[in-house]
Unconditional design. Structure first.
Lengths: 379, 379
């Protein structure tokens, strides 16, 4: 028995939207092999992607439902989705890991799109991809990255409902900071307590939890927790990507341990103000670069080690578009974004702040409970 | 402050072993871009790989330390490792996501190995890879999959110590099954309780937890938990890949809820016996196919939907080699393997059992506390 995350109509709509774009670009088929895309078109959700042993393929044809070309081990779970045409292959296999089955399924398609651009990966051996293209030598493979980005950037209300729930779970756990974190605790203990609290509050998983702590700021935003003990005057930051039904929240919160210096208080106010400056102009028709500039203006820095100040959010921790000075993607209704201004404080120290919003026809909707300007003092 | 997982000597030995194999194959450089390999040569461990936005590269030259070619956001954390030569690039970037920096670092290398074979992925956009090869048109790119498999398959005692600890954490949590799982509980609740117990017992994370439950067996081994309630007579199976310092345990346990049918009892005994049959012959010089055959003989089935009955284990949930009839990889001392016999019970039902072992000079060492032949009755 498998619980499905969405009604069949959700997948019908996704497929229709894809096929409309395919028709505009005269594409005969789309080929996907990565977890978010396979799940997007089929509803196939499993942690089995942790295993690199087997490739998984989904083809979106010009008309009709997607076709799954997958290892036998996935048959039972794929059969529980809305997909009817499930072609399986034995894997691991001594010399044919689905390539014959995939080539057969694509035979007759002349123009095949697959993601080859920004943020894409080829989740199959390069040797096998070369074998596939040699088997399909009458076909042309073109980049479908812009197509899949355009599709996935605009969420359905059903997707937003899940994102709202996981963000609420994140906000609830951050709200428990006063009882979870304290002076003298190691960062490892603090992270462990927070992760357990997220799961208790209903998160399926916490694939991403990073952060740091230090006097007057921290060194980076991607380190795992150390045995370092929280001290009075530290700024503690936790940034979490917890999941529900395969959808991520992605925001952080800063805490001052027992007291905050004026510099830290001021930096926190600036960061919160920067996020609100971006939110206040976030409307359909504005661009990612507009939001980036709104934050940079408040922060008063022209550059940052982080290089961007937010990104798309959904079934991946980070998705396109990026809030950078050069990303001119127009915002659209139901786009879900993180606003993530950061501030360099000198001496290798920094602070970062992050909120999650949905673009609406009018003011954006906050998914994370927005942080107050004053940094919370705990501990 | 970052805690390092290994002493510098560990990375020196890994690099030396790689360079010995490179010399045999006249390779000028190895190029890696995937998390396990970047971590293997540098010690760079972060959950930031959850974000697909940026590529990360490590080059192993013929002599000397590896070179990191990474986005600026990783500078602080990479500088805490043993790596000295860290070349950074701005990312996201409008049109050059590290390709110029990477091409510069590889200039002069004529024969470059990168993984292109079994279980490999190209973790960079295909367009960028094509750009890289066109910039390095005097270089030949060859498949380094066999080389990196050979290296990573044989663990160091330092790696085994971590694997032993995470397997012990898994065994401890499975030992708590009687208090964690009970009749009437939903599978979701059972999985949640188990995950929290693993984290409380010291696991850093639980990236993999799948399983199922049903009368007389379950349908597959890759489904996420549902709202289905545990009933008397169910067989409940949980299969966990919990991590410590980036290393996985990967084993499962079966439980009978309040009572077990004779068929289930017998199947469980057969599975445990099959795992021990493989363990009893697992010695350096034997092959993966030998272990597979030893299990198949006990089980008395010639085929299975799962297609393999175990695999390598380490910094990934599943690694090479595979325990299949066609994998003739010779076992070597300090290889860490899972033994994973499965049994089809008819009517779409199956049972699976898994243990983790280290190949030693003599009897293998069990990392998981071996299951008893009798299925535990709980609930």
């Amino acid at each position: 028995m498998v619980d499905l995350d969405f009604a069949t109509s959700e997948f019908e709509q996704r497929t229709e939207r894809a096929q409309t774009l395919m028709s505009e670009q005269s594409l005969d088929a789309l080929l996907f092999m990565t977890e978010p895309e396979v799940r997007y078109f089929t509803g196939f959700r499993t942690l089995f992607w942790q295993s690199p042993a087997r490739p998984w393929f989904v083809i979106v044809p010009k008309t009709g439902k997607p076709i799954a070309v997958i290892p036998q081990i996935g048959t039972h779970l794929m059969a529980s989705t809305w997909i009817d045409d499930i072609r399986t292959f034995a894997a691991p296999h001594p010399d044919d890991e689905g390539i014959t089955a995939l080539a057969n399924a694509l035979t007759g398609s002349e123009k095949i799109g697959l993601p080859m651009g920004r943020e894409s990966v080829l989740r199959m051996p390069l040797k096998d991809f070369r074998l596939l293209t040699s088997k399909l030598r009458h076909a042309t493979f073109v980049d479908a990255s812009p197509l899949i980005h355009a599709l996935r950037q605009i969420k359905s209300e059903a997707e937003i409902a899940i994102l709202k729930t996981i963000c609420a779970i994140g906000s609830k756990s951050f709200g428990n900071a006063g009882s979870l974190f304290h002076e003298g605790q190691t960062l490892k203990e603090a992270f462990r307590a927070f992760k357990i609290d997220l799961i208790k509050n209903g998160a399926d998983d916490v694939p991403y939890l990073v952060g740091g702590a230090g006097q007057g700021g921290y060194g980076d935003v991607i380190s795992p927790p150390s045995e370092q003990r929280l001290q009075s005057g530290d700024v503690l930051m936790l940034d979490t990507g917890a999941t529900l039904k395969g959808y991520f929240c992605d925001f952080d919160r800063n805490y001052a341990i027992t007291h905050a210096s004026e510099t830290v208080q001021s930096a926190h106010r600036t960061l919160v103000q920067a996020a609100h400056a971006a939110a206040s102009i976030a409307r359909p028709g504005k661009t990612c670069a507009d939001l980036f500039k709104a934050m940079i203006e408040v922060i008063g820095q022209s550059d940052s080690d982080v290089g961007r100040m937010g990104h798309g959010l959904g079934s991946q921790l980070t998705e396109t578009p990026s809030l950078t000075h050069f990303d001119n993607t127009e915002l659209g209704e139901r786009m879900v974004l993180t606003l993530e201004p950061s501030l360099s404080l000198g001496g290798g120290k920094m602070m970062v702040h992050e909120e999650n919003i949905v673009i609406r026809d009018g003011e954006p909707e906050f998914l994370s409970t927005p942080a107050e300007p004053d940094i919370p003092v705990i501990g």
